[in-house]
Design a binder for this molecule. Structure first.
Ligand code: UFG
Length: 342
């Protein structure tokens, strides 16, 4: 019998790509979302890509404990992947309690319900933000976590700890994996699902694509005086489809009893540092266009450079990032044109 995976926040950017890969790998998927930061576009896209019209969609909020309990009772959930959370770093500094109450409460309800329904496995969507400004690069899973520089980052650390402690308290009945993402970018090659930022994008790639299509006048590159080869910040940009596939590997590892510890952590990145300027130039080249950009002052809270050592995920999960930065940037541009109706 097929295993069923609940994807909380499954109508969003990462969740929808993960839903596609899970279905294509032979899992049943239940999508649950409160639509606070997305619309039906990606859910409809998932149906089109997979040719499945019967993917259960539950409109609900994981902060609602009763609704969470009901969901687990209505569907026989073997594993849950928890994405449902607020994610704007800047907003979290201005409205910390919004982030603490939503991101912590929703995960608390998921964990409590997973415990009540004994034996449900939990995959948590964490972030490289837990490493702060790393002392040594690339970062491995053993690199120390640094104290968070934003309430958003703090919720990721707290949720990781909640998962670890729950796994230990249940003596492994509930198992957990935290995936620490680096910078997820791009869109599905079909251009049917992708990122749909509301208002002015905070993240680099949506700002680039919106500038290229004429929605924004000019990209500001935040800082060109960092101690990096070209003076701009370096990140590990990971293709969204590669990232989604890492979730399939992690869920399979959990459900097939291949975990070496009941709580495991994996870095999900490419191991390849790319500077902001290199990314802009690669985008121009692969899509054969010129981008209007200027150098601007540094953005508060940015780390100079961070990239992953993905060896642990490569060797233990048999997962590896495959898409080139060119393929990824072409997919981001195709998606932007798709949503602009061009
Ligand atoms: N940048 C610009 N101009 C922009 C937007 C971004 O120059 O308009 C630069 C940033 O200064 C940074 C790089 O592009 O150097 C990447 O910025 P993003 O905002 O796209 O991503 P971050 O690395 O800041 O943040 C991402 C996720 C967070 C996560 C963090 C942890 O968005 O959720 O990685 O590593 F917490």
């Amino acid at each position: 019998m097929k295993k069923t995976v609940l994807v909380s926040g499954g109508a969003g950017f990462i969740g929808s790509h993960v839903a596609v890969e899970l279905i294509q790998a032979g899992y049943e998927v239940v999508v649950a979302d409160n639509f606070s930061n997305c619309d039906m576009t990606c859910y409809e896209g998932v149906k089109k890509i997979t040719g499945r019209n019967d993917i259960p969609l539950v409109k609900m909020d994981f902060c609602d404990a009763e609704a969470t309990e009901k969901l687990f009772s209505d569907y026989r959930i073997d594993a849950v992947i928890h994405f449902a959370a607020y994610k704007a770093v800047g907003e979290s500094v201005l409205k910390p309690l919004k982030y603490y109450s939503n991101n912590i409460q929703s995960f608390l309800n998921v964990l409590e319900t997973a415990c009540n329904h004994g034996g449900c496995q939990v995959l948590f969507s964490s972030s490289a933000t837990v490493y702060g400004e790393p002392e040594k690069l690339p970062v491995t899973e053993e690199s120390p976590r640094q104290s968070a520089t934003s309430p958003y980052g703090n919720t990721k650390q707290i949720c990781e700890d909640m998962l670890r402690d729950t796994v230990h308290a249940t003596e492994g009945l509930v198992k957990g994996i935290a995936l620490r993402y680096f910078n997820p970018i791009g869109a599905h090659p079909s251009a049917l699902i992708g990122e749909l930022p509301r208002g002015v994008p905070n993240n680099l790639v949506p700002f680039i694509t919106q500038t290229a299509i004429g929605k924004r006048e000019c990209l500001s590159i935040f800082g060109n005086d960092y101690p990096t080869p070209d003076g701009t910040c370096q990140r590990d940009y990971i293709d969204i489809v590669d990232l989604a596939k890492a979730h399939v590997c992690a869920v399979t590892r959990m459900l097939e009893g291949k975990m070496k510890q009941p709580y495991e952590i994996f870095n999900i990145g490419t191991g390849r540092p790319v500077s902001v300027l290199e990314l802009v130039k690669a985008f121009e080249k692969v899509n054969n266009l010129k981008l209007n950009y200027k150098f601007a002052p540094r953005r508060a809270g940015d780390v100079t450079a961070i990239w992953a050592d993905p060896t642990h995920a490569n060797e233990e999960m048999g997962w590896k990032a495959e898409r080139t930065i060119e393929q990824t940037l072409a997919s981001a541009w195709a998606w932007e044109k798709h949503i602009a109706g061009k």
